[in-house]
Write a protein that binds this ligand. Structure first.
Ligand code: ATP
Length: 248
């Protein structure tokens, strides 16, 4: 690999409530321009890893107690959720989290609030989002809380795109969606990755679909990376086939 590493996680430990050790030394690297998948079952530690990266653990009484996180080779300061956002990394949380009382379009516009490049650029990017998510254009005037789960997932992703991120941390995009919609969401991830050069780190229980779209995967079990490799190799791995691909 000669591509630049954007994000590097080195041997991190995470403890909740001062006692519950949930991540027991997780290391991973996310290359610029790639789609990297964080895989594993319920409770393996995927969400905790993403929250550790984006400094969102404090509100859950969680803490990184060992290891380091580097973005573009520079250490990410602990306890400051705004820092990575200003450096171009944005997290799309599990369960979408739209502003339910705002319209789809208003939700998208909230994603642009940190920008200083003016109304014309924002309008252009709104158009860009609608190109990737034609469904959101149709629903732009609808109150987000009344749109479907798939539309809310798209709104959350579109809002992230409106901040013109370099990297998106995407937590469990397939959650609760019908298989056809899951495929659609991943097609859009791929299109955004290729079209805008956005780097993705995505946590996903649906190993099957994630390994078809990701370039590289890490499998977490019980707070540890038990296997990692190029997605194509993982798809062919007998253990992955037996324990993960049969399930979804
Ligand atoms: P899921 O798909 O359910 O989100 P996950 O792989 O993302 O699974 P995590 O949510 O990171 O897993 O959870 C890892 C472990 O940490 C689980 O055992 C969970 O019960 C525990 N955990 C998560 N949040 C907290 C918390 N706020 N306090 C204590 N334990 C927690």
């Amino acid at each position: 690999e000669n591509s630049e590493t954007l994000l590097e996680v080195n041997n991190i430990e995470v403890i909740y409530n001062h006692v519950i050790l949930v991540l027991k030394g997780v290391s991973l690297a996310v290359p610029k321009g790639g789609i990297t998948a964080l895989l594993g079952g319920n409770g393996a530690g995927k969400t905790t890893t993403l929250k550790a990266i984006s400094n969102l653990l404090a509100s859950e009484r969680g803490e990184v107690t060992k290891g380091s996180i580097l973005y573009r080779g520079e250490k990410v300061a602990a306890r400051n959720p705004a820092e990575l956002v200003t450096r171009g990394v944005i997290q799309v949380m599990e369960g979408r989290h739209c502003f339910e009382h705002l319209t789809v379009e208003e939700n998208l516009l909230t994603g642009a609030y940190t920008r200083r490049d003016g109304a014309a650029a924002i309008k252009r990017d709104l158009e860009m989002v609608y190109e990737y998510f034609p469904r959101l254009r149709e629903r732009r005037k609808s109150q987000a809380g009344y749109t479907s789960g798939g539309e809310q997932q798209m709104t959350a992703m579109g809002r992230a795109l409106m901040s013109r991120p370099e990297m998106i941390l995407l937590d469990e995009p397939s959650m609760g969606l019908a298989p056809q919609l899951v495929e659609q969401i991943f097609e859009i991830v791929k299109a955004v990755n290729e079209g805008e050069g956005v780097t993705f780190l995505l946590a996903e229980q649906n190993t099957n679909v994630a390994l078809r779209y990701a370039h590289y995967g890490y499998i977490l079990e019980n707070g540890r990376v038990v296997m990692d490799g190029p997605a194509a190799a993982l798809r062919e791995n007998p253990d992955v086939k037996e324990f993960y691909l049969g399930m979804s």
